[in-house]
Design a binder for this molecule. Structure first.
Ligand code: FRU
Length: 485
């Protein structure tokens, strides 16, 4: 039974222990919990938030509603890591508890200032008539996990936008701090607003302008805009909801797109010479991707492997949503590459074994495959004895890759199609595929193209079946080590 609005916005303290116990017990019954991805044991995870580096540790928060698979009163849950692969929840949960965020601490970003981590987030507020106001607010977190909200709002809703104004991303560029915020303007078009911190003061922001990135202005809202720099080139990652499919023929309910530009003109709020629009991920779900430039300059990203307004098979177990692996962005020959950080290989249990058909795995592994040129390769993951599974087709003669999940596990979101594909230069291909019980992340040519998504396999679906084509490679069992589920 979907939760009512009243249940979704019920104060956290009004949920009884009995109710919470039931939710936890139900979630524990799911066969699909991931092993090495960030996922809540119960409740709903959506956007990655506050991805940053603070006091010697990587910080990665996520949007969270604890009481079932629903978008309700949102908090931030903190996780920390020393290698960007193993993340541990700290128990710190930032909750909506002020008049500036009474109906949810929505998405945002973080950056260290002095000995505190400054968190910039959207306060979602509804009045008695359920009219929304949004505020861009701050929280300061110290290294002991104590947090204090900045008492005043830092950026109020401007007059030329609707109540859809959210997801501040703070970043540093050539000696100054900036923030971009996603918005819907009063003509109901998705735009991105740019602000600059006065004298590097995170409490004092001035509006610079609406970001000019040759926005096609066909979306009705831009969520989660992020600007990162890869070898000095700005890359804008954003989610233009409702974007016209003649601009780009995406399949998912909402797209996560990007543009690469030559430079960032801070005075005129413009990306100079922005590229055409590209799909960040060709799979079934990667959304609200958050990026930041690490202190060492690397551009790191992480995505929500889930989408708004979609029901998932895990909903009946009172949980939903998972984060992707952390990826590093690079640009080669003008093309954006996304690939998990180097430490991901630490999950490999051993040197691996040559790829062969397998009737059964634990659905926790990595495959590194070489697909020859001029071949029509076809193989199945999550395969069963009936020849069903997640079908991957790589036509290296014509340069076409297709992922078909129509025969893999419980079906959902079928109105958005059960296959995804992309084109690529004809010729030999390398695939690195990470499988984690109900997650797949497929990186082609070390991240030139990426397909991410969920599969909720039937109990019998855990094999690997090579159907045709010239494929060779290595199978690595993966082990996260510390996590027991
Ligand atoms: C994107 C989003 C954000 C918002 C958050 C609320 O998935 O809608 O725009 O801040 O989720 O949870």
């Amino acid at each position: 039974m979907p939760l009512t609005t009243e249940q979704r916005y019920k104060p956290y303290e009004d949920w009884t222990e009995e109710e919470i116990k039931k939710i936890k017990e139900n979630a524990a019954k799911s066969p699909w919990h991931t092993h090495f991805h960030i996922e809540p044991p119960y409740g709903l995870l959506n956007d990655p938030n506050g991805f940053s580096f603070f006091k010697g540790k990587w910080q990665l928060f996520y949007q969270y509603f604890p009481f079932g698979a629903a978008h309700g009163l949102k908090s931030w849950v903190q996780t920390e890591s020393t290698d960007l692969v193993h993340f541990e929840e700290t128990g710190t949960v930032l909750t909506p508890n002020t008049p500036l965020d009474s109906h949810g601490m929505y998405s945002g970003s973080a950056m260290q200032f002095g000995d505190k981590l400054f968190i910039f987030y959207t306060g979602n507020v509804r009045d008695e008539n359920w009219m929304r106001q949004t505020y861009q607010n701050g929280v300061l977190l110290d290294s002991d996990g104590n947090w204090e909200k900045v008492p005043q709002t830092l950026i109020a809703q401007p007059e030329d936008v609707t109540d859809h104004f959210r997801d501040p991303q703070i970043f540093f560029h050539e000696g100054e701090y900036y923030t971009i915020i996603g918005a819907q303007d009063i003509q109901k078009k998705g735009i991105v607003k740019l602000y600059k911190a006065q004298n590097s003061d995170y409490c004092n922001w001035t509006f610079v302008g609406d970001l000019d990135f040759q926005n096609d202005l066909t979306s009705y809202m831009i969520e989660c805009p992020n600007l990162v720099f890869v070898d000095k080139q700005p890359v804008l990652l954003y989610c233009p909801q409702g974007m016209d499919k003649t601009i780009y023929p995406y399949d998912n309910i909402y797209p996560n797109m990007y543009k690469i530009a030559d430079s960032f003109d801070t005075e005129n709020a413009a990306l100079i010479n922005p590229s055409e629009i590209h799909n960040l991920d060709y799979g079934f779900e990667a959304y609200a991707t958050q990026g930041f430039n690490a202190p060492d300059g690397r551009a790191l990203t992480v995505s929500w492997l889930g989408l708004p307004d979609i029901s998932y098979p895990t909903d009946r177990f009172d949980y939903q949503g998972v984060l992707s692996l952390v990826k590093e962005l690079t640009i080669k020959d003008g093309k954006l590459y996304q690939y998990p950080v180097e430490a991901i290989t630490s999950l490999r249990k051993d040197q691996g074994s040559p790829l062969t058909d397998k009737s059964k795995t634990n659905n926790i592994y990595e495959l590194e495959l070489d697909i020859a040129a001029d071949t029509q390769a076809e193989f199945l993951l999550f395969s069963d004895e009936d020849g069903h599974g997640l079908k991957i087709l790589a036509d290296t003669q014509n340069g076409l890759i297709t992922v078909d999940r129509s025969q893999a596990g419980e079906q959902y979101a079928i109105e958005f199609g059960q296959t995804r594909s992309c084109t690529i230069e004809p010729g030999a291909l390398k695939f690195n595929i990470f499988i984690d019980r109900s997650v797949f992340e497929i990186f082609i040519n070390k991240g030139e193209k990426v397909f991410s998504g969920r599969v909720f396999p039937h109990e019998t679906q855990s094999g690997i079946t090579i159907k045709s084509g010239s494929i060779s490679g290595t199978y690595y069992e993966l082990d996260y080590g510390r996590k027991t589920n």
